[in-house]
Write a protein that binds this ligand. Structure first.
Ligand SMILES: Nc1ncnc2c1ncn2[C@@H]1O[C@H](COP(=O)(O)OP(=O)(O)O)[C@@H](O)[C@H]1O
Ligand SMILES: [Mg+2]
Length: 276
């Protein structure tokens, strides 16, 4: 069984350190919920794991089994089994979606897939994700709605079959029906034994995919780790208990609300969703 291990990870953007020593590990078959107030480094962690060149790892290790992930370029990290569904997927004009998917799938194989085999897999994936197949002929994410971009990320995950999938606010921009489709796709991959690292502010998604563990990132560090009960605690009471019980002063993020207003707000969302 594969294991992803992050040890004492320090990450900077330019000369500003954002992660100050993150320790976290994830086994295949586990789903880890990563929570935390906005601007505290969650997306930075995933970007550093995947190898986004804007983020510099200044100290620490990322190991996928015994492979030193930090020594690999992004495409090798992907081939090694890491996958990132981005918070804001980029539009790539000039790159046809089907061509992109074919290239990505073939890059993982010794010999290229037969065309009928590829199109079979593609059609099945589009169908399961409820995305019109015509969209495979459009440029990657170009002009896609927020929800279409997010579903398209999950479609890629289904086709690439990573060992570890990291999903960054995959539920933002999704309506209730799309969220059901995405959650079903996640559950299907969970059943195959994938590992998931899932960032969301909303208990609703977590209720659908049942994380096995939860961790909370505060001030660029993991402040607390435990079972999924942490999610419902944050859902109902916000993050203040971290300061009160753990004595961790939550640094006010730039351009964010004061801490007593910071809550993941799932209750309000749930009322909104169920009222639909
Ligand atoms: N590309 C970037 N350039 C400069 N600062 C960045 C960049 N990406 C993230 N940051 C900063 O890093 C901090 C953590 O951001 P982020 O990892 O996106 O937080 P979260 O995902 O927890 O909301 C924030 O202060 C943010 O402004
Ligand atoms: Mg983020």
């Amino acid at each position: 069984m594969s294991k992803l291990k992050i040890e004492n990870l320090h990450v900077a953007v330019g000369d500003k350190e954002i992660l100050h020593g993150v320790n976290l590990s994830l086994q295949e078959g586990e789903t880890l919920a990563l929570l935390g107030p906005n601007g505290h480094g969650k997306s930075t962690l995933l970007a550093a794991i995947m190898g986004n060149p804007s983020f510099t790892v200044t100290e620490g290790k990322i190991l996928l089994d015994d492979v030193d992930v930090l020594s690999l370029p992004v495409d090798e990290r992907s081939k090694a089994g890491l996958f990132l569904a981005m918070q804001n997927p980029a539009e790539i004009p000039g790159v046809n979606s089907a061509d992109f998917l074919k290239a990505a799938m073939n890059a993982r194989r010794e010999t290229p897939m037969k065309l009928f085999q590829f199109y079979g897999a593609l059609q099945t994936a589009y169908k399961e994700m409820g995305i019109p197949f015509e969209m495979s002929n459009r440029n990657l994410n170009e002009g896609f709605s927020g929800g279409e971009k997010k579903k398209n990320e999950i479609l890629q995950m289904k086709l690439l079959q990573p060992k570890f999938a990291m999903l960054d606010e995959i539920d933002s921009g999704l309506d209730v029906d799309a969220m059901q489709v995405v959650a079903a796709a996640i559950r299907e991959e969970q059943a195959k034994g994938r590992g998931f690292l899932v960032i969301s502010h909303y208990a609703r998604l977590y209720e659908m995919i049942h994380p096995t563990r939860a961790a909370v990132m505060v001030n660029g560090r993991i402040a607390v780790e435990g079972g999924p009960e942490i999610i419902s605690r944050i859902d109902t009471t916000g993050y203040e208990w971290i300061r009160d019980e753990l004595g961790i002063e939550i640094e006010k993020p730039v351009a964010d609300q004061p801490m007593n207003k910071v809550s993941i707000g799932a209750c309000a969302t749930r009322v909104g969703l169920e009222g639909k």
